[in-house]
Design a protein around this ligand. Structure first.
Ligand code: SF4
Length: 117
């Protein structure tokens, strides 16, 4: 297991996040090495980092990035799912009635949203 994986494991185990000035102690490495590891996993977009104070010292709180639930919002026009998803027709989008109907519903939905705002 790499140090990055170890660090991720420690951060994941702390539901409220872990202070960076505690992380290097938990990993039994020096603070400079810890900073490099944190930079690497930040670059990999696996954690978040926010300024914090721990025992009077400025540090960072590191937390596992919460994965978003998959959303199909962009495939929906109102209650109508995109006709292209799973479509096996010979595709000619320029003249496709199903696509035209669906796109028209996007327009209607946008108008309804503006009217209620
Ligand atoms: S544009 Fe029409 S034919 Fe092409 S994939 Fe979409 S629904 Fe199917």
């Amino acid at each position: 297991m790499t140090l990055e994986e170890d660090a991720l494991g420690v951060i994941r185990d702390h539901k409220e996040g872990v202070f960076q000035n505690e992380l290097w102690k938990l990993l039994e490495i020096d603070s400079r090495k810890c900073s490099r590891i944190v930079s690497k996993i930040l670059d990999d977009d696996l954690i978040t980092r926010e300024s914090a104070v721990s025992n009077g010292a400025r540090t960072y709180r590191l937390s596992i990035k919460v994965e978003k639930e998959p959303t199909f919002e962009l495939l929906m026009a109102g209650d109508i799912f995109s006709p292209c998803a799973g479509c096996r027709d010979a595709c000619q989008p320029e003249i496709c009635d199903k696509l035209t109907f669906w796109v028209m519903n996007i327009g209607n939905e946008a108008e309804n949203t503006e009217e209620t705002a």
